[in-house]
Every structure is written in structure tokens, then in C-alpha cells.
Design a protein around this ligand. Structure first.
Ligand SMILES: [Zn+2]
Length: 483
């Protein structure tokens, strides 16, 4: 038997996802439990196992504790010997017609023959036809007390609201590295496999949040009571590239990020895995957001947007790599962040010691007009703010309240008090207009803007607004909503 089947969870305590374990423990604790469940989430996270556990638990005559069937009583024996006929598993992909559901409905009325509850497990429920859903709905509205429905789906958005509202929904999210490592540890222990924590992490990192994949990878690597070192090295090499890539991305070292993307692409590393890995690392990084400057935070937000977009728009692996690269080029300001991570974290994130300036920054330097200075920009700013009225009414107030922080090369750094103000300035037509206008006013060939949010400006703005309240100045936020 393959390991994934062998190590299928047999009670809710063995479920790998913490949130699912906790939700089920609450739902099953009382004497009354829901008669319709909808288990929703990606593959490989144990939805089918959960359904079977619920079916066995509600029928167990002497459960050990909440969510843990005894495994000994006559009902549990039926499950063990796979001779249960009152638990009906159907795959909606092949039983999706209204006739299938009608048949189900007429059978639902009949009392269970062996167990207390008849349990219907409908997998891939989103595949049912509309008519089939309507037929099912009638049963879900008034289910006989001896029936429990457990629907499972990977695409909850395709399940009609009317069905969802009658079910207790349990959501499955991709497993975290920690959850995967815990599950792998258990399997390794039972298989008497010698494996280090680092190796477990390496395998977990390749599993894209799926318990099934994690266990399969470990089984593939296992040789007697050890892991095959050659295969392990291959894993370690790509993992090292990803470490370097996340560090380069974090430091806004775009040239190096691009070159690492090429290396990974060269090892045929799946783009989907890459995005998952990066999302996981930036998710952790952003938890420590207090240590970043507004400029860095601004950049990370853009980066996360790019990753999220990539994870929702998967196409061929090569195009994912390509679109990532294209998006990153937009973030290249030819300059990396000085690293601010404490020493211990640095070791783990493997920060490259030398950060080479990109070609672009050298070129830009050549093109910089010596009169393009902070002072010069400040002087031209009121004029720019005034002419912005032609574009958008809310813009003038925002520009006047913005703080011009510095000019580096042909880049102007400025801060605004609120993120909605930054979002407005970053709208592409507005940003283009600002950059063009600035370049005209200051006779600078090309101007770039880096806009960050500085909350300390809020007090200052509040004071200005109260002073000018009488001069009919309208709230800039209102203007934006109207524009
Ligand atoms: Zn039992």
C-alpha cells in the first residue's frame, strides 16, 4: 500500500490542518451536529479522509473522544472491513445528472440498514448540473433525521449559494510548511526513517501545501531507512536558488532576481511551486513589517501583488516565468535596499554579500540633469499641483500635502499620509502624467516616482485642513470617490 493511503488520518486528531481540526472538534462536540457539510479547498489536503472520519464517528457506538471513533464497536468493525453499505460515496463528476440525484432522493427516505446514520459523501460536488443541484436542494431543505450529507469540492465558487447556505462549510487552505513538516515527521517515525529536520523542511517546501504530495515525495526519496542522497541534493540545490531569489527580491536586487529566475527555469522547476514558495516566504517576512521603512513596505506590497497575480493567472510554466520577469522589471529602480535584517535572520535568508549596481542605474546616471535636485523639484511643485486640476480634482490637495523626501538620480521620492492617496498617484495614467509634467517643468529627460505612505504626515494634514476649512477646500478623499 502506498504511504499516502497507509497514513490516511483515521480520526480528527490526525488531520494535518490545524484550523480544520479545531472547527470539527467544535462542530462534533455537542449532541446536535450539522446534517450537511461542505468541505471546500484544494486537492491533497484530506477532504475525503475527513468525510470518512465524520461518517465513522457519528456512527461509532463508543467514541473515545470528540472526533475519535473507537475502532472496535460493531459499526467501526464494518468500516474496518469495508462492508458498510450505509455510507454512500459518489463522484459527482460521473453521477451529475438530475436522474442520479432523483435516484439518491428516493433512497434517502429509506432507513439505514446497518448504522444509525446513512451518510452520503458527494465528491467534486461542483460538477453537478443545475437541475441536479435543484433536486439535491429539496433534500437538503428537509433531510430525514437519519441522513447526513457531506459534499466536497475543489471549486466552491461553482456551488450555488442556496446549497452553501444549507451546509456547514469547512474551508481547507494549503498546508503551511510547519503543518507539512509535522505530518512528515509522524510518517518518518512510523516508517523508522532516519531523517533530519532540515530534510523534512526541504521535502515540505516542495509539496506546494499538499499533504498528499509531501508524503509522496518522501516515499519516493526513501531507500531502506534513509533518504536517497542524490535526489536529496537535487532538492537542496533548487531550494538554495529559491533562498537566494527570495533574498534578492527582498533586497530589491532585480538583476540578480532575474538571473536566478533563469537558473530555476533551467532546472525545470515548476512555476507553480516557485510562486507557492515565494508567497510562503513573503507571508512570513510581512509578519515583521514593523522593521521596514515606508519605502520598503511600499515595494513589498507591489511585489506581493505581483505574486498574487501570478498565482491566480497560471498558464504554461514558461509564460509564468516570463510574466514574473516582466513584472519585476517594472520594480527595478536600479538600486537595492540596504539590508536591515538582524544578524541571526541574515544567516537563514542567505543574503549575498555584494550587491552589484545594475546597468540601468549607470545609464540613468549619465542622463541625469545636474539641476534636477530636491530644491528644484520643490520650487516647481506648486505649479505642478495647480495644473493637476486639469486631470483630477482630488490630486491638487494630495500633491500639496505630500512630502518631497529626496531626489536620487532621476528618481523623486515622496511620501503621502494615506495609502488611498498613494494608490491614486500610482494609477498608471496619473503617474505617467506626473512624470511627464515634472520632466517638462524641470527639463529632465526622464523622471521616476517612488511613492510611499508616511502616517506621521496625517497630523500635519489635519492641521492644514482645519486651517483651510473656511476656504471651501473639499476633502480630497471625497473627490477621489467622485472622480
Ligand atoms: Zn466505534
Amino acid at each position: 500500500m502506498n504511504w499516502y493511503l497507509k497514513y490516511r488520518p483515521k480520526n480528527i486528531k490526525e488531520l494535518g490542518l490545524t484550523s480544520v481540526r479545531q472547527t470539527l472538534a467544535k462542530l462534533l462536540a455537542g449532541p446536535e451536529f450539522p446534517h450537511a457539510f461542505l468541505l471546500a479547498g484544494p486537492r491533497g489536503l484530506g477532504k475525503t479522509s475527513t468525510a470518512r472520519i465524520i461518517a465513522q464517528y457519528v456512527n461509532c457506538q463508543t467514541p473515545q473522544e470528540v472526533g475519535v471513533p473507537c475502532g472496535q464497536c460493531p459499526s467501526c468493525q464494518l468500516f474496518k472491513q469495508k462492508t458498510v453499505i450505509d455510507v454512500i460515496e459518489m463522484d459527482a463528476a460521473s453521477n451529475r445528472s438530475v436522474d442520479d440525484i432523483r435516484q439518491l432522493r428516493s433512497a434517502v427516505g429509506l432507513a439505514p440498514s446497518q448504522l444509525k446514520y446513512k451518510v452520503y459523501i458527494i465528491d467534486e460536488a461542483h460538477m453537478l448540473t443545475r437541475e441536479a443541484f435543484n433536486a439535491l436542494l429539496k433534500t437538503l431543505e428537509e433531510p430525514p433525521s437519519h441522513v447526513i450529507f457531506i459534499l466536497a469540492t475543489t471549486e466552491i465558487q461553482k456551488v450555488p449559494e442556496t446549497i452553501k447556505s444549507r451546509c456547514q462549510i469547512i474551508e481547507y487552505h494549503l498546508a503551511t510548511l510547519e503543518e507539512l513538516t509535522q505530518t512528515l515527521k509522524q510518517v518518518a517515525k512510523t516508517e523508522k526513517l532516519e531523517v533530519t529536520g532540515k530534510e523534512l523542511k526541504l521535502i515540505a517546501a516542495r509539496a506546494r501545501g499538499s499533504f498528499r504530495d509531501a508524503i509522496k515525495i518522501m516515499e519516493r526519496l526513501a531507500e531502506k531507512n534513509k533518504l536517497n542522497s542524490q535526489l536529496l541534493n537535487q532538492l537542496a540545490q533548487t531550494d538554495n536558488f529559491i533562498d537566494q531569489l527570495s533574498t534578492a527580491l527582498r533586497d530589491r536586487n532585480i538583476p540578480q532576481s532575474i538571473s536566478l529566475l533563469d537558473k530555476l527555469n533551467g532546472t525545470s522547476y515548476p512555476a507553480r511551486d516557485l510562486i507557492y514558495q515565494l508567497e510562503d516566504r513573503f507571508n512570513q517576512l510581512l509578519s515583521t513589517y514593523q522593521q521596514f521603512s515606508p519605502k520598503e513596505l511600499d515595494y513589498y506590497q507591489q511585489l506581493v501583488r505581483i505574486l498574487l497575480e501570478a498565482s491566480t493567472n497560471f498558464s504554461e510554466p514558461i509564460s509564468t516565468y516570463l510574466s514574473l520577469k516582466a513584472a519585476l522589471l517594472n520594480l527595478d529602480e536600479g538600486k537595492s535596499f540596504p539590508s536591515q535584517i538582524p544578524q541571526e535572520n541574515k544567516k537563514e535568508m542567505k543574503i549575498p554579500s555584494s550587491i552589484k549596481p545594475s546597468l540601468k542605474s549607470k545609464e540613468e546616471k549619465k542622463n541625469v540633469n545636474p539641476h534636477f535636485t530636491l530644491q528644484g523639484v520643490k520650487k516647481a511643485w506648486p505649479k505642478l499641483a495647480k495644473s493637476s486640476l486639469e486631470l483630477n480634482h482630488g490630486l491638487k490637495n494630495i500633491l500639496e500635502a505630500a512630502e518631497l523626501t529626496s531626489v536620487e538620480g532621476n528618481i523623486l521620492y515622496l511620501s503621502v499620509a494615506y495609502s488611498f492617496q498613494r494608490d491614486l498617484l500610482e494609477k498608471s495614467h496619473i503617474r505617467q502624467w506626473l512624470e511627464k509634467k515634472l520632466s517638462q517643468l524641470l527639463n529632465q529627460k526622464q523622471v521616476g516616482l517612488i511613492i510611499s505612505v508616511d502616517t506621521s504626515l496625517r497630523n500635519k494634514q489635519a492641521r492644514t485642513v482645519s486651517k483651510t476649512r473656511t476656504s471651501a477646500s473639499r476633502d480630497s478623499r471625497l473627490d477621489i470617490l467622485m472622480s
